[in-house]
Design a protein around this ligand. Structure first.
Ligand code: DHB
Ligand code: MG
Length: 222
């Protein structure tokens, strides 16, 4: 039996080294809220995509404490910018502290409030080189439709947690046996739709990375 945690730890140790600033953000998440942030080995994938794709402008949906934002802000050039959306005021406050500690405030605009509302207010800054979707799972399809409309040609749409805690391929009943009250059947259907729509979209070339949580990566180029 393959031990996926050991695999992830190996990747993290060898390829995705952190530093005291990132470790402090991680510690703050663990002490203040659910530890649902992107792990370093997956954040490193974002860093790689950003550098390889020469990505400068990013919309992130779901900030939490700004852990992935910090990884991405370090990866973009000085003139690049990230608009990141957070609904929860306490998480937004944690993120502001993280951006200060990481000295990336000049590269980040924190948009506090409901993402579907706040996204409308930044549309005039687009199209964006990358949209990273990592927020409330029952709105993933709405975020995807927005991203399809506002990502630049050659740009990327990335969705985290697209295995939806294994339910996307096991089905909700089977997956629910392994989890406690996390999933709604409608959310599972939505995530299946999310993956199908972007996999089959004629304007995108799309893959799914088998990270621990699943990461769907779509490039607007065919
Ligand atoms: C959860 C959300 C995430 O974005 C994640 O990466 C892990 C877990 C959650 O809602 O539990
Ligand atoms: Mg996530």
């Amino acid at each position: 039996m393959i031990d996926l945690n050991k695999r992830a730890n190996y990747i993290r140790d060898v390829f995705a080294k952190t530093d005291p600033v990132l470790d402090a953000i991680e510690a703050r998440i663990h002490s203040d809220t659910d530890p649902i942030y992107l792990r370093a080995e997956d954040a490193k994938i974002l860093e790689f995509l950003i550098k390889f794709g020469d990505i400068k402008s990013i919309v992130e949906i779901g900030t939490l404490a700004g852990y992935s934002t910090t990884w991405m802000a370090r990866a973009i050039p000085e003139e690049g910018h990230i608009y990141t959306m957070e609904r929860d005021p306490e998480r937004a406050n944690m993120a502001r502290q993280s951006f200060k500690d990481a000295d990336i405030e000049h590269k980040v605009t924190l948009c506090e409030g409901m993402a579907l509302e706040r996204l409308k207010t930044i549309e005039n800054k687009g199209p964006f080189d990358m949209v990273f979707i990592d927020a409330d799972k029952h709105n993933y399809l709405n975020y995807l439709y927005w991203a399809i409309d506002h990502v630049a040609d050659g740009g990327l749409i990335v969705g985290d947690n697209t295995f939806l805690f294994e339910s996307v391929y096991l089905g909700i009943d089977e997956a629910s046996k392994q989890l406690t009250n996390k999933l709604r059947p409608t959310t599972c259907k939505q995530m299946q739709e999310f993956n199908k729509i972007i996999a089959d979209h004629p304007a995108f070339t799309t893959i799914m990375l088998s990270t621990k949580e699943g990461m769907t990566v779509a490039c607007k180029r065919v």
